[in-house]
Design a binder for this molecule. Structure first.
Ligand code: ATP
Length: 308
């Protein structure tokens, strides 16, 4: 029976390991990354309407300090593009409203827009009875953005290529984090350009990244936060800090307030602090808020995009 409405959600991510290769001729960089989905999720409700087209509205969840004007409500929005893409694939004319509930920082390096696209694909697949598998949706999702397949998959995964060649990694038990969104965004392309510039100035030829550190995968398999804290790495961190030097102070603050380690999430500027356990994460979030920073305690792994 066809439905009138479908609600889906999809997770944001932290890259616990991110190696960036040289700039390729197609303008992308090869990556070797370990993606970890977190409990911070976007909701997307897709509802049929009579007139053709795709309507879009965004509600910002409590606790997220985001300027609604920073989110486009037209075909530039990844959720809009996801619905249009699936409709074209299924050979139907879209006539629906999409309501996004945002919990993931915008332009923060946690794949918020990609999570919206993933949740939209899953919601519309259900609404229209397309019957596509998760793998088929991921293939479509690659056209929208390199992080969309991971937001569909969730859990933990090794990502090669531009981050879209995913292999699921085993994770056992929960790892706890505090996510600290910044009051500003960083443009992902600009962060990559900055890394290229820093490397050029040093005469550093980045090697092609073909693999990730097996010890990181072992730490995730055993939910060993202490081991993970010594192994986390993000090649983009120095570029994000170059563009926004205040990030260095916040990283130091989080570590001095009890985090096992902090790192820039993806291209930043959101920071992710790894904590010993759930109570340490809640205490750190409280302490950071006391110092005037937005801070959210989250855990990982989070499930992939799913219908509710
Ligand atoms: P990534 O980690 O995948 O690089 P991000 O989390 O840093 O992404 P997003 O929040 O996905 O960044 O959005 C980056 C920009 O994309 C925003 O500044 C906004 O203009 C645009 N955008 C398009 N669709 C969305 C969406 N659904 N939600 C938020 N921003 C969107």
């Amino acid at each position: 029976m066809s439905r009138d409405t479908a609600l889906a959600s999809a997770p944001g991510k932290i890259n616990v390991s991110l190696h960036v290769g040289p700039l390729r001729e197609d303008g992308y960089h090869s990556l070797a990354s370990v993606f970890l989905a977190v409990s911070l999720r976007e909701d997307v409700r897709a509802t049929r309407r009579l007139d053709p087209g795709i309507g879009l509205s965004v509600t910002i969840a409590d606790g997220l300090d985001v300027d609604p004007d920073s989110i486009p409500l037209d075909e530039r929005n990844l959720a809009h593009r996801a619905a249009a893409l699936l409709a074209a694939h299924a050979g139907l004319e879209p006539a629906l409203d999409l309501e996004i509930t945002k919990r993931i920082p915008v332009a923060g390096g946690m794949a918020g827009g990609s999570a919206d696209a993933a949740a939209t694909l899953v919601a519309c697949n259900e609404l229209w009875g397309c019957g596509l598998t998760r793998e088929e949706l991921a293939t479509l999702g690659t056209e929208l953005g390199a992080d969309v397949p991971f937001c569909l998959l969730g859990g933990a995964a090794v990502g090669l290529g531009v981050g879209d060649e995913l292999t699921t990694a085993l994770v056992h038990g929960l790892v706890h984090w505090v996510v600290v969104p910044a009051e500003f965004g960083l443009s992902t392309p600009e962060v990559f350009r900055t890394l290229d510039r820093l490397r050029d100035a040093e005469g550093f030829d980045a090697p092609e990244p073909h693999t990730v550190d097996a010890a990181i995968l072992a730490a995730l398999r055993s939910a060993d936060a202490h081991a993970l804290s010594t192994l986390m790495v993000n090649d983009l961190q120095r570029a994000a800090v170059e563009l926004a030097p205040e990030l260095r102070d916040v990283l130091g603050l989080g570590e001095s307030l009890g985090a096992l380690a902090g790192l820039v999430s993806g291209s930043g500027p959101t920071l992710a602090f790894l904590c010993e356990d759930a109570s340490a994460a809640h205490a750190l979030a409280e302490a950071l808020r006391h110092e005037g920073h937005a801070a959210l305690a989250v855990d990982s792994p989070g499930a992939g995009a799913r219908v509710h």
